[in-house]
Design a protein around this ligand. Sequence first.
Ligand SMILES: C[S@@+](CC[C@H](N)C(=O)[O-])C[C@H]1O[C@@H](n2cnc3c(N)ncnc32)[C@H](O)[C@@H]1O
Length: 265
Amino acid sequence: MNYRHAFHAGSAADVLKHVVLLETLDCVLQKPKPVFVLDTHAGEGLYRLQADAEADDGIRRLWERRAEWPVLARYFEAVGRFNGTRLRDYPGSPLLIAGRLRADDRLVAVEEATAAHDALQQVLRSPHSQIFLGNGYHALKALLPPRERRGVILIDPPYERVTERSALLAGLKTALQRFRQGIYLVWYPIKDKRDAERLVDAVSALGENLCVELLTWPPDVKSRLNGSGMLILNPPWGLKKKMGEVIPTLAQLLTRDGTPRYRVR
Ligand SMILES: C[S@@+](CC[C@H](N)C(=O)[O-])C[C@H]1O[C@@H](n2cnc3c(N)ncnc32)[C@H](O)[C@@H]1O
């Protein structure tokens, strides 16, 4: 597999994923106790935005007018830290997480591809972060439960292998056996609606959850990606309310045909 996230960096799917990630961290960081964060599919960490790439339908649609949407301020502020006046680079999940953690919190980022792992090592330099080269699903077994007993686990696979969904479900089940109270964030693509629903049903059956979806195209339009979703197992207190405030705005801004489509439930 030679998945490269660079073309997708800053896409509408990345915007949704990173907004949900940052808002989840905000809820969790309200309490002073240390938190462990595991990013099982970390990517390269920082992406130079390319011309004619998916960011055109994501962050680039929003950036110039960002001051108009204070409800998204947390996200814009996080992206802004990696840019001057012009939007040039897009931070991936490990950098966004590291930017939020406090001195006693800890991040482990796992990446399977050597080139992406090496790139991440160049940009993620923080005393409370570790980077591992390997399989993120194995890390769910090896690193859970964390000594902090409070944790957020982001699972963001590329869904390129036919076995991805079964690996994800098996990994989640193992993780929940070891660390029942962890907060698990699972990103998924919406291309074939039935595929997405099957995955949502299977993950939802594992425990209390919040499902956030945003479609940029109607489900019956044949597009590379019609939308994406985040499933949050054991959502922290306050997240559902926050999503109810943020996601309708995002859906309005990112729709490609003028009709906002989203779900928060
Ligand atoms: C969608 S990208 C990650 C993007 C990143 N989470 C972000 O939000 O910025 C998926 C990454 O997972 C890596 N990958 C694929 N299978 C993996 C596995 N089993 N374990 C760890 N990394 C994997 C790919 O090389 C790719 O860099």
